[in-house]
Design a protein around this ligand. Structure first.
Ligand SMILES: [Zn+2]
Length: 407
């Protein structure tokens, strides 16, 4: 997977460089404004995170344990521009000995591999931090101080618990072997990331957390901190050319598969003008897509699932797929349409549909098993998806399954 992305993305980077390189000295590309970068993360609506009410933070997220001192710290923090941040509620995975949200972890691994190709050793110096981790960091910076000066000194380098972007699992602190945070702006790693207005970082969905020109952002600017928002959101915010009518697909490595789906009329976006390539796929959505891929046939079958209702847009899809052995329930009585699709189920569904298409009429469907169909070929074409599958990856699975052996 990392290798697949790296190859595709390096190709895209080459294309982007051509665009980014000014053709005439008086005609440089317009840099992305700090406010755009900041709102890209603040308004991203990323999955797996939730922002508790301010009252909850005030009541339950102690900083020093001294309520009066904590209130002063919060006031001083908010005066510097710190805001209460959402915390991860789901989706964290392990990467390089730390934890990140799954799409950020995947992007980090791919970006690190791309940097390595250029001889740059990126390293993850911090990633997800929970409230307790952040409390420990902040208190060590405060060092027992209680004066306004001591509070401000700590706030210059550390968020109080509840105010850190690291709580989300989408923020990374990046280092280069042998360099300190303070010296990071002078490293080859920083140059690699920031060149061409952060073109390389942006290809992988990362943007600077403290962009140049940003004001009142909380701490003193930290060049080493990046946040992942996904290439799609960056594309929509920076005027990327639409692909198949979607502004968030251009830099997506699986853009061709999404375009293919849109061309045959199977997919609709997640919102007007957006495909949301990084969003998870629900089992209900997957059923609907598979059924439409097959021409949305009618059926007399009626799947026995108590959690699929007549009013669901995927009702007819589940009925037909179930009647033809393409989908099974999560139990005998449930389909769990709102659960996220797993890569395993995605491959299984797609391959059973393929087998259904290939069987001689009226012979019944063989029991699905990995060895029976051309699974290795499909997996090879799509890439190893790991533990999670998103909407873009599902487009690749559908395309590979619809045209085994090449597309
Ligand atoms: Zn950081």
């Amino acid at each position: 997977m990392a290798e697949f992305r790296t190859t595709v993305l390096l190709g895209m980077l080459a294309a982007l460089m051509v665009v980014a390189a000014p053709v005439a000295a008086q005609d440089p590309p317009a840099p992305v404004e700090a406010a755009v970068y900041l709102s890209l993360f603040d308004d991203a609506d990323l999955r797996g995170i939730e922002k508790p009410d301010d009252e909850i933070y005030d009541l339950f997220v102690a900083i020093t344990g001294d309520a009066t001192l904590d209130a002063r710290i919060r006031l001083a923090a908010e005066a510097r521009g710190y805001v209460r941040r959402p915390v991860a509620t789901a989706g964290l995975v392990g990467v390089d000995g730390r934890r990140l949200q799954a799409p950020a972890a995947e992007a980090w691994t791919a970006m690190k591999a791309a940097a390595a190709v250029d001889g740059i050793s990126l390293m993850l110096t911090s990633a997800y931090r929970d409230l307790a981790d952040q409390r420990a960091v902040f208190r060590s910076r405060l060092g027992g101080g209680t004066t306004d000066a001591a509070i401000d000194r700590a706030l210059r380098t550390s968020a109080p618990p509840g105010y850190s972007k690291h709580h989300s699992g989408y923020a990374v602190d990046i280092g280069e072997v042998g360099a300190s945070d303070a010296g990071f702006v002078n490293t080859r790693a920083y140059r690699w990331l920031s060149e061409f207005d952060f073109a390389r970082a942006r290809l992988f969905g990362f943007i600077p957390s403290y962009p140049v020109g940003g004001e009142r952002m909380g701490p003193d600017p930290e060049a080493w901190e990046f946040v992942w928002v996904g290439p799609g959101r960056i594309g929509c915010a920076t005027g990327a050319a639409p692909v198949a009518g979607f502004c968030d697909v251009l830099l997506e490595p699986r853009a061709a598969d999404i375009e293919w789906l849109a061309d045959i009329g199977v997919t609709v976006g997640c919102a007007p003008g957006r495909f949301c390539p990084d969003d998870p796929v629900t089992r209900g959505e997957a059923a609907s897509a598979l059924w439409r891929l097959h021409g949305a046939p009618a059926t007399d079958g009626h799947a026995p699932f108590v959690d699929v209702y007549d009013s669901d847009h995927f009702r007819a899809a589940v009925d037909w797929l179930w009647a033809n052995g393409v989908v099974t329930g999560t139990t005998g009585e449930t389909f769990s349409p709102d659960d996220f699709l797993t890569p395993r189920d995605a491959f299984a569904m797609a391959l059973r549909l393929q087998a259904f298409d290939d069987r001689p009429p009226a012979t019944g469907l063989p029991a699905p098993s990995d060895g029976l169909f051309d699974r290795p070929a499909v997996v090879a074409e799509v890439g190893d998806l790991g533990a999670h599958i998103d909407r873009a990856e599902f487009a690749s699975v559908l395309r590979a399954a619809a045209s085994p052996g090449g597309s």
